[in-house]
Design a protein around this ligand. Sequence first.
Ligand code: FAD
Ligand code: SF4
Length: 460
Amino acid sequence: MIKKEKIKMPVQEPEKRVKNFEEVELGFTEEQALEEASRCLQCKNPKCVEGCPVKVQIPEFIKLICEKKYDAAAKKIKETNSLPAVCGRVCPQESQCEGKCVLGKKGEPVSIGRLERFAADNEKTVYIPEIKKNNVKVAVVGSGPGGLTAASALAQKGYSVTAFEALNKAGGVLTYGIPEFRLPKKIVEKECDYISQLGVNIKCNYVIGKIYTIDDLIKKGYKAIFMANGAGLPKFLNISGENFIGVYSANEFLTRVNLMKSYKFPEYDTPIDVGKNVAVFGGGNVAMDACRCAKRLGAENVYCVYRRSKIEMPARAEEIKHAEEEGIIFNYLTNPIKFTGDSNDRVTGVECIKMELGEPDASGRRKPVEIKDSNFFMNIDTAIIAIGQSSNPIAVENQPDIKTNKWGYIIANEITGETSKLGVYAGGDIVTGAATVILAMGAGLNAAKYIDEYIQKNNS
Ligand code: FAD
Ligand code: SF4
């Protein structure tokens, strides 16, 4: 008889975890993984695979776990997914593979993500396939999940791939955005190392658009280019006082915490003092990460200020639950109007107004409308703005032949990734706007296939 519920995964208790940056979810033990894997029905027509943007052969890797062949399980996943330990931790499985699992009809789906994490974490001998090199050069711009996936797929097809990364470390949002307690950086490093071992040359501190333009790369002999430079430009509230000291964009705040390791100050030379009261504006995963980091940095009260209600929040349900358990205070239906500061231009507070929900807007969600004369004031020491990101124009600003839309995102074919410039492909957040790790990976995998076809056709 198959159990209706998933096997629970051990987690750090909230009172303990708010005092450290160690991983919250601790992963299955072997016994738990075997019990959970045994719930899988090994469907002949597995719906779960349809829900996976990179088409991981889910029942096959779960079967290998049941047989205790963990290296083989990891190898099976890596046939289409080079970042299994990352995806097992941060993918929204509930709306993808697990959302389609047949067991979900009458009970809880198989914990596919947690089993993927188990297989990746328990891989003892990493399998590196033998690759026949063809000496054709391909460039990738950006080393986030989209760029890394395209790079590893192309390297496995024999291409000499160089991934140019603007920051001093590879990984994109996985490294500078998602906090250590959700995705330990040693996991990201391990998976980046695997991609390097496949032959990908990751060159950090290379801002494409400044050091080299796309045309320079073509002149240097790169036969095709995949642009996966993400959506890393923060959006602001555009209200008075936003320039006060202590008002951060979530990008800056999370980069300081994660990439520059301010939570380990003074071991790392990046001071950050959030004070007692912190307000984070926004309701997505980025806002949840910012709230939970602020709490761990010692803030007494962390307010998540969101202009709609809980049901409309775009953050994953699990992240909201974790934030609630950690004592984050949610101020729903609230919008900031202006920041106040002291004589040193340091933020001291924020004036807000209460909102109510009106008719649905273009996003299909009910539009928040101000309630007249409902203004109130909050004393704060730090404000973090997490209302979204947009495209960073640097990579294409000198390249008018790569067409962008009105928001600056690169226009690319949804399936092939082709842009308006021959031989230049794009995918991930720089095309779709801020989305998810696995969607960027799916775009990278698809583009690799079409880049290969394009080179085969034009290079013979
Ligand atoms: P990115 O990951 O943004 O990588 C782009 C890379 O390109 C960066 O490293 C950047 O430095 C580099 N770059 C930019 N310009 C240049 C240039 N000119 N030259 C060279 N390099 C350049 N998704 C999930 O699925 N689950 C989550 O839990 C989740 N949490 C998130 C938390 C945060 C804080 C954030 C910000 C996002 C989160 N997301 C999550 C979204 C997810 O991380 C992104 O959708 C995904 O990383 C997009 O991948 P990408 O490869 O397109 O871009
Ligand atoms: Fe297993 Fe669910 Fe996939 Fe069927 S749909 S193979 S039960 S994970």
